[in-house]
Ligand binder design. Structure first.
Ligand SMILES: *Cc1c(COP(=O)(O)O)cnc(C)c1O
Length: 368
C-alpha cells in the first residue's frame, strides 16, 4: 500500500469544477492584482478568525514581516522567537533589520513558553513571536501576560494553525497581529504561494496594506518605502472555495490523529496536546530513539514521512551571524534528532493509518 505524505490531488479532485469556474471568472474580469476576490477573501478570512482586518500578502514570510514592520519593528530592536520553527519565522524578523533572540521550547508541545519569554526579555526587546507549531496553539494566556508585564508586542506565526483554537479563540486572533501562509500543503493552501496578515488595529492594517503595495496611497504617490507583496486574485478566488471546507478538513485531521494516537500509544511518543487547545494537526509528529530506522522502513513499505526540521534554525548556515552554537537549545536539538512526521491530510484513509501504524509497531518491536 502506498501512503503519500500529503495528497493535494485528492483534495482538488472534489473541488476541480468550482476552482476552474472561479479562476476562469478572474481571467474573464482581468482584475489579477488586488481584484474583487482578494477583497472578498480578506473579509471572509477576517470573519472566520474573529479579527477586524486581514491584508493579503504574497506568502507567509512576507505576511509576518509586514506585521512586524507595521509595528515599526526594525534595526536596533530584538524580537523573541523559538529556535524550534521553520526558518521563515526568523527570516521575517531579520527582514525588518531587527535581531531574532531565540529561546528553547517546551519538550512536550515543542512550543515557546511564557517562562522562556520572561527569561529572554532585555532592554531592546520589542516583541515576541509565538509559533503555533504543527497546528497546536501556544500557551497564549501565559505569553500575553508576559507581554503586558514587559510591554512587548505579540506577533503570532500562525502559518501552521489555520482554524486552531486556544480556549475557544482562533490562533492568530489573540496577539497584536499574526501572519498566515497559504503554501499549498498548509491546512488552508492556495494553488501557488499566498499569505495574509491579520490584526484588530485599523491603523496597523492600513500600514500593512501600504507597505505591501509599494507604499502607495494612490497610484504613483508613494508615502513610504514599501515592498511588492500582494495576494494574487486567482489565489484568493481558490482560497475562498477552500475556506468553506477548512473546518471539515481540520476535523478530519483531528479524527485521523485520534486513530494514530490509539494505534501508536506505547510504541512511539505520540503528540502531547495541551487541554486548552484544539490542535489541527498540520503535522502529526511522533518522537522515537530509532527515527532514522523507522523512516527507512516506512519508505520500504510505501510510506512517505518527513522531518520537521532536521537542522534547527540556530544551527543553519544562514543564521551563523546570530552567533548561536551547538548546545544552546538542548530541547530543540534533541527533538531535531528524534522527531518524525507521519502522513497527515484530510483525505487519508483509516486503512492507510493502520498500514503506517503496523509498519511502525513491527519495526519498533524488532528494534528493542
Ligand atoms: C510555512 C511557514 C511560514 C512561511 O510561509 P511561506 O508561505 O512559505 O512563506 C512561516 N512560518 C511557519 C511556521 C511556516 O510553517
Amino acid at each position: 500500500m502506498k501512503v503519500p505524505f500529503v495528497d493535494l490531488r485528492a483534495q482538488h479532485e472534489g473541488l476541480r469544477s468550482e476552482i476552474e469556474a472561479a479562476t476562469a471568472a478572474v481571467i474573464e474580469r482581468g482584475d489579477f492584482i488586488l481584484g474583487e476576490a482578494v477583497e472578498r477573501f480578506e473579509a471572509e478570512y477576517a470573519e472566520y478568525l474573529g479579527v477586524a482586518h486581514a491584508v493579503g500578502a504574497g506568502n507567509g514570510l512576507d505576511a509576518l514581516s509586514l506585521a512586524l514592520r507595521a509595528h515599526d519593528i526594525g534595526p536596533g530592536d530584538e524580537v523573541i522567537a523559538p529556535a524550534n520553527t521553520f526558518i521563515a519565522t526568523v527570516l521575517a524578523i531579520m527582514a525588518t533589520g531587527a535581531r531574532p533572540s531565540l529561546v528553547d521550547v517546551d519538550p512536550e508541545t515543542y512550543n515557546i513558553t511564557a517562562a522562556a519569554v520572561a527569561a529572554a526579555v532585555g532592554p531592546r526587546t520589542r516583541a515576541v513571536m509565538p509559533v503555533h507549531l504543527f497546528g497546536q496553539p501556544c500557551d497564549m494566556a501565559g505569553i500575553m501576560a508576559e507581554a503586558v508585564r514587559h510591554n512587548l508586542l505579540v506577533i503570532e506565526d500562525a502559518a501552521q494553525a489555520h482554524g486552531a483554537r486556544y480556549k475557544g479563540r482562533r490562533a492568530g486572533s489573540i496577539g497584536d497581529a499574526a501572519g498566515f501562509s497559504f503554501y499549498p500543503s498548509k491546512n488552508l493552501g492556495a494553488c501557488g504561494d499566498g499569505g495574509i496578515a491579520v490584526t484588530n488595529d485599523a491603523q496597523v492594517a492600513r500600514k500593512m496594506r501600504l507597505l505591501g503595495n509599494y507604499g502607495q496611497r494612490e497610484k504613483y504617490y508613494h508615502a513610504i518605502a514599501g515592498v511588492n507583496t500582494r495576494l494574487d486574485t486567482i489565489q484568493a478566488a481558490v482560497l475562498r472555495i477552500k475556506l468553506r471546507r477548512l473546518d471539515d478538513w481540520n476535523a478530519a485531521r483531528r479524527a485521523h490523529a485520534a486513530v494514530y494516537d490509539s494505534l501508536l500509544r506505547g510504541i512511539v511518543r505520540t503528540p502531547a496536546v495541551s487541554p486548552d487547545v484544539e490542535h489541527i494537526y498540520h503535522l502529526y509528529v511522533i518522537e522515537t530513539d530509532v527515527r532514522d530506522t523507522l523512516r527507512q522502513v516506512l519508505q520500504e513499505n510505501g510510506v512517505a514521512s518527513g522531518i520537521h526540521y532536521p537542522v534547527p534554525v540556530h544551527l543553519q548556515d544562514a543564521c551563523a551571524g546570530l552567533g548561536y552554537r551547538h548546545g544552546d537549545f538542548p530541547v530543540t536539538e534533541a527533538a531535531a534528532a528524534r522527531m518524525l512526521s507521519l502522513p497527515m491530510f484530510a483525505e487519508l484513509t483509516t486503512a492507510q493509518i493502520q498500514h503506517v501504524s503496523e509498519v511502525l509497531a513491527r519495526t519498533v518491536g524488532a528494534a528493542v
